[in-house]
Design a protein around this ligand. Structure first.
Ligand code: 13P
Ligand code: SF4
Length: 306
């Protein structure tokens, strides 16, 4: 079967079996092309609730499918590749967080959405990279513990200096691997280009950026800008998507290290196989109603404040 034939079959199968396919913008292009909803973490967790289909197939990483499940307990939610995890989401466990809360009970816990459902149960509010600054400003406390990404946390702290924000050591190994020297070299090589950077990058890279924002923020900025050249400081797929969608502009990657192996695990065949026989081939996300209710409180709070 060619890629195009497999894509055609997927389009037929998802209709026949009443599936909505959600895909994070970092997954491969051939998957983005067959998805119903494509976006960053915030858009996906917001739009999943209004999908009319009875079943959800998530192409992304495990914590995203868990979030989709807790918001849609009456639907079956599948992750297209069961091995697709996010190392950042695994960095803290509930015991560690409970210990920190006991030591400083007056701090509100703000969790990046890249956390497990088990950890979310002990957090006050979730944020995504596109909503973090706004939500931290709005939350009714001046003392915050921001977990687990210290780079996103440092960016939020710089934007909201009036609050006391405590950080932990954690973050995205992919974005955090880009060095300040790489950013300087990329700017020297492309002096006319604007540098657009995700806040999961280290502060020394973020400082050099012309624009800092989430995946969707970067895409929208580049599309609307009247500039012609951009250095893209997030997962490589975004530079490729932008090049497809804006052929009159030029996009350069900030670093070839910016490739998330977890997001790239899902293949078109995984999507096809799950849809062919979800019960036999699919990886279904399971949680009890009690677990979902505990974990989704901080997501509901994010959607309320964001
Ligand atoms: P956003 O989707 O919020 O831009 O986050 C990027 C990311 O690393 C997702 O895992
Ligand atoms: Fe996790 Fe980073 Fe990959 Fe996002 S890009 S899924 S934060 S490892």
């Amino acid at each position: 079967m060619t890629i195009q034939e497999m894509q055609q079959k997927i389009l037929q199968l998802k209709k026949k079996k009443d599936f909505c396919i959600l895909a994070h913008s970092y997954v491969k292009r051939e998957i983005l092309e067959v998805a119903d909803i494509v976006g960053d973490s915030f858009k996906l967790s917001k739009d999943v609730c209004s999908a009319p289909q009875g079943n959800i197939l998530f192409c992304g990483v495990h914590f995203m499918a868990e979030t989709a499940k807790m918001l849609n307990m009456d639907k079956k939610v599948y992750l297209s590749n069961e091995l697709a995890g996010c190392p950042m989401a695994e960095q803290m466990d509930p015991e560690m967080l409970k210990f920190m809360r006991e030591r400083e009970p007056d701090r509100r816990v703000v969790a990046y959405i890249n956390t497990t459902a088990a950890l979310k149960a002990y957090c006050d509010v979730c944020v995504t990279s596109s909503s973090a600054v706004e939500i931290v400003r709005k939350i009714d406390s001046d003392k915050i513990l921001f977990i687990p990404d210290c780079n996103l946390g440092a960016y939020v702290r710089a934007q909201v200096p009036e609050k006391d924000i405590k950080l932990v050591q954690g973050g995205c190994p992919i974005h955090a691997s880009v060095t300040a020297e790489e950013a300087r070299a990329a700017k020297e090589k492309h002096p006319e280009a604007l540098l657009l950077v995700h806040p999961e990058c280290i502060p020394a890279v973020v400082e050099q950026a012309d624009y800092i924002g989430s995946t969707s923020g970067i895409i929208n900025f580049a599309k609307k800008s009247d500039k012609k050249q951009f250095i893209i400081g997030t997962e490589l797929e975004i530079a490729e998507t932008l090049q497809y969608e804006c052929p009159e502009k030029e996009f350069f990657v900030l670093s070839k290290k910016l490739i998330c192996p977890n997001m790239k695990l899902t293949t078109l065949a995984d999507v096809y196989n799950t849809l062919t026989d979800p019960d036999k081939n699919g990886f279904e996300i399971r949680m009890t109603r009690e677990e979902a209710a505990r974990s989704r409180r901080c997501i509901d709070e994010m959607l309320r404040l964001g």
